[in-house]
Design a protein around this ligand. Structure first.
Ligand code: ADP
Ligand code: ADP
Length: 232
């Protein structure tokens, strides 16, 4: 489904070049929960952000369903991005909007009618288990509830791929487990392909089918989770 070929990305700041991605090759199949693990600075965020072109790679290809997304024009990119959603460590909710408005937002942008938006928001809140929080503002929610709102918002337009950027790193262990269970359920019931980055082994262990280990802009190991992490 996603094939990354020799992907390179450097940042130049005050004349200093950082090679964040030094030629990444990776295949992510449809329906996988693919974990990318590594220390801070390894290049995980850069790689994840290349998958929706929040970051523009310097070299290489990202083939998604047969097409190189790095060559997309604006219109093609807009179409492509409907299929790819993202959730974040710090949730990135609209703090002056209630839960309903946060989830409705991408549906409004997509130009849906009021009736459909109403129905869809309620459906989404039910899927993520916070149907009673519709009128609350983010500041009145726990971290786990905020991430549920973010997940509902991410799912609004039926994406095929969900990118998770340290999505449980701000949560306590119990809430982390609950959010990971929700992600796994969405993977199973909706067939959602999940690509997540994390520095926590437990996250990979709990839900990933496949894993890549990153170090200093390179993938140093990759495969089915149990094989990558089997004891010697
Ligand atoms: P994390 O490692 O948790 O992804 P970072 O603190 O490295 O978070 O990065 C947060 C944001 O700052 C990201 O958008 C990243 O692209 C950007 N960033 C990271 N390192 C630098 C840097 N040296 N200079 C400028 N921006 C950076
Ligand atoms: P990770 O997500 O594994 O922490 P990142 O992709 O955030 O790694 O960062 C990889 C390297 O690229 C780091 O050295 C970081 O400082 C640098 N970097 C990331 N984003 C930026 C940016 N926007 N500007 C400059 N340097 C950056």
């Amino acid at each position: 489904m996603i094939e990354i070929k020799d992907l390179k990305k450097s940042y130049l700041i005050n004349g200093n070049k950082t090679e964040a991605l030094k030629g990444i090759n990776l295949k992510i199949e449809k329906g996988q929960v693919f974990g990318i693990i590594g220390k801070s600075g390894a290049g995980k965020s850069t790689l994840l952000r290349c998958l929706n072109l929040l970051e523009t790679p310097d070299e290489g290809e990202i083939i998604v369903e047969g097409r190189d997304i790095t060559k997309f024009n604006k219109r093609e990119l807009r179409e492509y991005r409907k299929n790819v959603s993202m959730i974040f460590q710090h949730f990135n909710l609209l703090s002056n909007s209630n839960v309903y408005k946060n989830v409705a937002f991408p549906l409004e942008i997509a130009g849906h009618k009021r009736d459909y938006i109403d129905k869809r928001v309620r459906e989404l809140l039910k899927i993520v288990g916070i149907e009673d929080k519709e009128k609350e503002y983010p500041s009145n929610l726990s971290g786990g509830q905020k991430q549920r709102v973010a997940i509902a918002r991410a799912l609004a337009n039926n994406p095929k791929i969900l990118l998770c950027d340290e999505a449980t790193s701000a949560l306590d262990p119990l809430t982390t487990k609950q959010i990971l269970d929700l992600l796994l359920e969405l993977n199973k019931t909706l067939g959602l392909t999940i690509v997540l980055i994390t520095h926590e082994m437990d996250v990979v262990d709990r839900i990933c089918s496949n894993v890549a280990v990153m170090e200093k802009g390179e993938i140093v190991e990759e495969g089915i989770k149990d094989e990558v992490f089997k004891s010697p």
